[in-house]
Design a protein around this ligand. Structure first.
Ligand code: NAD
Length: 358
């Protein structure tokens, strides 16, 4: 079977890690008898340099015509002086909106071999943890009305958060369905003691909870959730939350696993296409040095196989290979922790994973 994948390498370490994912998919294709065809498109800073905008229409059209989308990362200091609409990061919001991707799945799983790389005390992570953060992706404050105006103390800036019941119900259902496929525990995170949007969020989640009696449901304020994640991450299974809270909590959860370089994500909408990307950024501090950890990108490709193409055995083959390589002691610089291992490069880590796939 042939699968057409739009490949958005982006900026910084984006091209290095997407190259790793392409190699892994090629190997999986050979092993399992699939043809993965890649069509590269510009996004972010490299698109600004080439054609003057962060998200060219050709990129949107190419993604819409593809079976799925793989994205590296965008942004970097070269484009930091640009204003809001012209910034590379604007392309992320644009492509998510254009593809109707309102659900972001962000797994934060501690690989047994990486316990020593977690910043948490050993007794807190010995039992491991496996959290799925379900983040709303196309609403809330990142998409609300914003601007500058004259206020009581002179110029002021404002951003507004709005959520419709429809948007909350849509992400809520995705979260309850996700919980049903896992250990049936769902925590909804909000700030209902302060925010109106959170009060509507909570009311809608409670209505849905009545439809899913098999799911053990709880509410948590976001400040408490941030604390509980470092106090006892094992207590969580699925967490559902708004765009901005999810952005922040998933970075926190990612660090608990050892490194942001380990975490994949899937952005899903009404079609099976989706977009798959690591949760980290373009890491300009290590770009072009062959130091990047390719695992988040490679695991994103595995998520694509599972969610977009229904290729679960192929996805598991990649995940098992990553497990095996970590268990064998291979580490990129970001996940050395207390292992005492010598750092391997991005290409060396990729080569080990390819070997483990066989
Ligand atoms: P970042 O995630 O790029 O980097 C944070 C730290 O983590 C850095 O020290 C970096 O070296 C390290 N790191 C990240 N990924 C790594 C990997 N795979 N292997 C090893 N180390 C890794 O976040 P930042 O520095 O805040 O942002 C850099 C740029 O990326 C900014 O322009 C930002 O806007 C952009 N950004 C893009 C995305 C995206 O494309 N989805 C997400 C977040 C940030």
């Amino acid at each position: 079977m042939q699968y057409n994948i739009a490949l958005l390498k982006g900026d910084g370490i984006g091209p290095e890690i997407t190259e790793s994912a392409v190699k892994v998919l090629d190997r999986i294709g050979r092993k399992f008898g699939h043809a993965f065809c890649f069509a590269p498109y510009l996004i972010g800073g490299c698109a600004i340099d080439a054609v003057g905008v962060p998200l060219p229409q050709e990129t949107v059209d190419g993604c819409l015509a593809s079976d799925s989308v793989l994205l590296g990362a965008v942004g970097g200091p070269k484009w930091d002086h640009l204003s809001g609409e012209q910034r590379p990061e604007k392309a992320l919001l644009g492509i998510r909106a254009a593809l109707g991707l309102y659900t972001n799945l962000r797994p934060a799983k501690l690989f047994p071999a990486l316990r020593g790389a977690s910043p948490l005390r050993r007794d807190l992570v010995d039992a491991g943890f496996d959290i799925m953060i379900v983040r709303e992706l196309t609403g809330g404050i990142y998409f609300g009305e914003r601007g500058y105006r004259q206020g009581r103390f002179g110029e002021e800036a404002y951003d507004t958060e709005a959520y419709s019941e429809f948007e909350i119900e849509r992400i809520g259902r995705a979260a309850f369905e996700t919980a049903m496929k896992r250990s049936r525990r769902l925590t909804s995170v909000d700030k209902a003691n302060v925010l109106e949007t959170s009060r509507l969020w909570r009311k809608t989640m409670h209505r849905l909870a009545a439809e899913y009696p098999a799911v053990a449901y709880q509410d948590l304020f976001v400040d408490n959730a941030a604390m509980q994640l470092v106090r006892n991450p094992q207590q969580f299974d699925v967490i559902v939350t708004s765009n901005m809270f999810g952005d922040i909590l998933s970075d926190e959860a990612s660090q608990l696993t050892g490194s942001i370089g380990m975490l994949a994500s899937a952005s899903l909408g009404e079609t099976t296409r989706g977009m798959y990307e690591p949760i980290h950024g373009s890491a300009p501090d290590i770009a072009g040095q062959n130091k990047a950890n390719p695992i988040a990108m490679i695991l994103s490709a595995a998520m694509m196989l599972r969610y977009a193409f229904g290729l679960s055995s192929e996805a598991a083959c990649i995940e098992d290979a990553v497990d095996a390589v970590l268990a064998a002691g291979f580490r990129t610089a970001d996940i050395i922790g207390d292992s005492g291992a010598a750092a391997c490069s991005c290409t060396e880590m990729t080569a080990e994973i390819l070997k483990a796939i066989g």
